[in-house]
Design a protein around this ligand. Structure first.
Ligand code: ATP
Ligand code: MG
Length: 353
């Protein structure tokens, strides 16, 4: 099983990013590579492990829309630090950024000969993002799904985790692979593995601490609205203490929180962090007010986040380690990508001395 998954390299990471995205990767890594890691292969012996996770920063995708270069740069380093601090093991998984593996862009071009305009025109994400102004969009926004296809086909991924919004893009990757395999073959053999989708476990959706109807987000101007991965224990406690709530005690059942979005959010956070169901948490705290619940939630968050924020901050100040992590990951990714790209060139009849 070879799993490939990417994430946009954003900075200012918060609890929502951790519980909604990063933690899923860590769990995936821990489940999929439970039976061993790449250390033997890295040391020069042994063959490629049976189960592998490749996680990449989709920095090439980030330039498909207007962006601030300095923010992309900082965001990439922050995301790398956050992933490692949260538990992605750069020895066990292959962690890298697209920009250091030129084969992604290379394969995208080679697949552009196979992808059809009609297929891309039907992508709902393109339609949504372009809106009425198609003429004014970058070519990259249009061909984005071809780069996504290259991202997974390059490594002969067997499985790709996809949320509802990305299902169509994986279908497209399969269509491109299938057409390429039909039209061309490398020494009689099909070039690409058709990747299967798998739906990751539903991640928690975390809301703002100031407004239970708005998503916790890095773009909220109020820092009190979110818990940042870099917040120290005092800050975490203070933010939870100040979080908006209501004067009612907690109910025994989830239905009792239906029109209490702030209360529901704090219970959701507790449940997600403790890895328990919201019902279970309510079972424990039913009848208690926020005077009791908030300190318990604060303690739980501090305990969970302390090692993460410490490692995150350390890594952010250690540019050399971050560079080394990404360079090692990229070197391993390039090694895996090489043979695929060789057979693509060969299948297409391109001469390479
Ligand atoms: P922005 O406000 O700029 O959209 P953001 O805080 O929403 O930023 P993104 O960079 O858009 O963060 O998202 C990164 C990842 O984190 C995505 O996988 C997204 O689904 C997830 N994520 C973001 N916010 C939350 C949240 N509040 N709860 C759960 N998951 C979240
Ligand atoms: Mg967002």
């Amino acid at each position: 099983m070879r799993v490939v998954s990417g994430i946009q390299p954003t900075g200012n990471l918060h609890l929502g990013n951790y519980l909604g995205a990063i933690r899923n990767w860590v769990r995936m890594q821990d489940e999929i590579t439970a039976d061993g890691d790449d250390r033997a292969q890295l040391a020069g012996g042994g063959s490629a492990p049976k189960n592998q996770c490749l996680f990449f920063l989709a920095d090439l995708h980030a330039i498909s829309q207007p962006h601030v270069p300095a923010e992309l740069h900082r965001g990439s380093l922050e995301m790398t630090a956050a992933l490692v601090a949260c538990g992605i093991d750069p020895m066990r998984s292959i962690l890298f950024n697209q920009a250091q593996v030129p084969q992604h862009a290379e394969l995208q071009w080679l697949l552009s000969g196979t992808a059809r305009m009609g297929w891309l025109n039907r992508m709902t994400q393109w339609k949504d993002k372009a809106g009425k102004n198609r003429e004014g969009q970058s070519v990259a926004l249009f061909s984005y799904p071809v780069l996504q296809a290259a991202d997974v086909l390059l490594y002969q991924a067997t499985h790709v985790p996809v949320g509802e919004d990305q299902k169509q893009h994986l279908e497209l990757a399969r269509d491109i692979a299938q057409k390429f395999n039909n039209d061309f073959a490398s020494e009689g053999a099909p070039v690409f593995t058709l990747p299967e989708p798998f739906i990751p476990p539903v991640a928690a959706r975390i809301m703002s601490l100031r407004d239970g109807t708005a998503k916790m987000s890095k773009s909220d101007p109020s820092d009190l609205s979110r818990i940042n991965l870099s917040d120290d224990p005092d800050t975490v406690m203070r933010k939870i203490k100040k979080a908006k709530t209501d004067p009612e005690p907690l109910p025994g059942e989830l239905a009792g929180l239906a029109d209490r979005p702030e209360a529901l959010n704090l219970v959701t956070i507790y449940a997600a962090v403790a890895d328990r169901s919201a019902e279970d948490v309510l079972g424990e705290f039913a009848g208690q007010g926020f005077g009791a619940f908030k300190p318990a939630l604060g303690d739980l968050l501090v305990e969970t986040l302390r090692p993460i924020s410490r490692r995150f901050t350390e890594l952010l100040e250690d540019r050399e380690s971050l560079d080394a992590i990404l360079a090692t990951g990229a070197a391993r990714a390039r090694t895996l990508a090489g043979p695929t790209l060789d057979s693509v060139y060969r299948a297409l009849g391109l001469v390479r001395a």
